[in-house]
Write a protein that binds this ligand. Structure first.
Ligand code: PLP
Length: 392
């Protein structure tokens, strides 16, 4: 008998995950058995990274940008980000307030590690990106869900925020445009949030990773409102805007002292982001933006196509989202549980989607489809779902 057995840290039992990666593994296993699957589960643009950005990374490699850089990011990139965020959010950002990270995700991980003690409360959107709840629980914080509802056009009831925020709240997380719903906060929604949070001693984490993927609406950042930059952590990055998910490049903009703590956590973990990747990110921000515009235009076409198609399927009802590249149809009309329906569509229909509950308890009654796939594949998925639903 093996006598070696070391139990993991208790915190590990509280760490969640991102179901999209698990469904991808299941879908790949079915493909290995010869089944054809249409992938609408994973949240990444199916476009290539624009050529000028890839060329810039190749050039940087040739020039020798292959060594460690400063933990918070290369000075030129921090300046470029400060300039970009200052312009797009109409605020004055100093490069010292910027930390470059491997993807946007560490801007959830590090500030939560830096700010939350056991018992501190964090308000977060539910359904929402699962890493928020996972990280709050991991550090022993109290995760306080704020229900995102279809009736509120995939925003939330401001009275619920009023009733949940308290002196114990250390952080409020918001996300617009949102994953998984595609919901977008209006200027008034943001003002309503500010009016409440300003009465409390808490930070706001504003996940704006989809801020460039919007359909005919303007993005409003909470950091733009008077007095809010001082208490806001903006999460943004290159993954979605420039189809750079695999490059792992993102950033946070936050008050200087917190930026210092996040940078220190980075020194203790990944040291810094790849130097040649950071050089390419400068060109992403400063170079031509036409490929972003073309991608968003194409996404809009696909959004309209998938929404129309889903609304024709018995038991499905789908609102048209204003941003990101997800649809979140209500499937209560099918009479099925969300997880069971997602499993059924994968195994019987050959369509990989996510259960709304992968994004929290209030996702029950919904599925999430990513429309970062070709119109042909989306059409095939819609046909397959229609047929699978007829069999029930
Ligand atoms: N925030 C939201 C809402 C997301 O959907 C994602 C990725 O899916 C991220 C953050 C993380 O992005 P990145 O791949 O840059 O780490």
């Amino acid at each position: 008998m093996n006598s070696f057995s070391v139990s993991p840290a208790k915190a590990m039992s509280r760490l969640g995950t991102e179901t999209a990666f698990e469904v991808l593994v299941k879908a790949r296993a079915l493909e290995a058995q010869g089944k054809h699957i249409v992938h609408l589960e994973i949240g990444e643009p199916d476009f290539d990274t624009p050529a000028n950005i890839s060329e810039s990374a190749i050039k940087a490699l040739r020039e020798g940008w292959t060594h460690y850089g400063p933990s918070p990011g290369l000075p030129d990139l921090r300046s470029a980000i400060a300039e970009y965020v200052s312009k797009t959010r109409n605020i004055d950002v100093h490069p010292d307030e910027v930390v470059v990270t491997p993807g946007g995700k560490p801007i959830i991980f590090f500030p939560i590690l830096a700010l939350i003690d056991p018992g501190d409360e964090v308000i977060y959107p539910n359904p929402g990106f699962p890493i928020y709840e996972s990280m709050i629980n991991f550090v022993g914080g109290k995760a306080v869900p704020l229900k995102i509802s279809e009736e509120k056009n995939f925003t939330f009831d401001i009275n619920e925020l009023k009733s949940k925020i308290s002196s114990k709240t250390k952080l409020v997380i918001i996300n617009s445009p949102a994953n998984p719903t595609g919901g977008v906060f209006s200027k008034q929604d943001i003002q309503d949030i500010v009016d409440i949070v300003k009465q409390y001693n808490c930070y706001i984490m504003s996940d704006e990773i989809y801020s460039r993927i919007m359909y005919g609406y303007e993005h409003h950042s909470i950091a733009s409102l008077p007095g809010m930059k001082e208490r806001t952590i903006i999460l943004d990055g290159f993954s979605k805007t420039y189809a750079m998910t695999g490059w792992r490049a993102g950033y946070g903009v936050m008050p200087r002292d917190l930026a210092g703590m996040v940078s220190k956590l980075q020194t203790n973990s990944n040291s810094c982001v790849n130097s040649f990747v950071q050089r390419a990110c400068i060109d992403a921000l400063k170079g031509p933006q036409d490929s972003v515009e073309a991608m968003v235009k194409e996404f809009q076409k696909r959004r309209d196509f998938i929404v129309d198609g889903l609304n024709k399927i018995k038991g499905f009802s789908c609102k048209k989202p204003l941003g990101a590249f997800y649809v979140f149809p209500n499937i209560t009309g099918t009479g099925m549980d969300s997880k069971k329906l997602a499993d059924y569509l994968l195994n019987e229909g050959g369509v990989a989607a996510l259960s709304g509950t992968a994004f929290g308890e209030f996702g029950q009654g919904y599925l999430r489809f990513s429309y970062a796939n070709s119109v042909e594949n989306i059409a095939m998925a819609l046909e397959r779902i229609t047929k699978a639903m007829e069999k029930i």
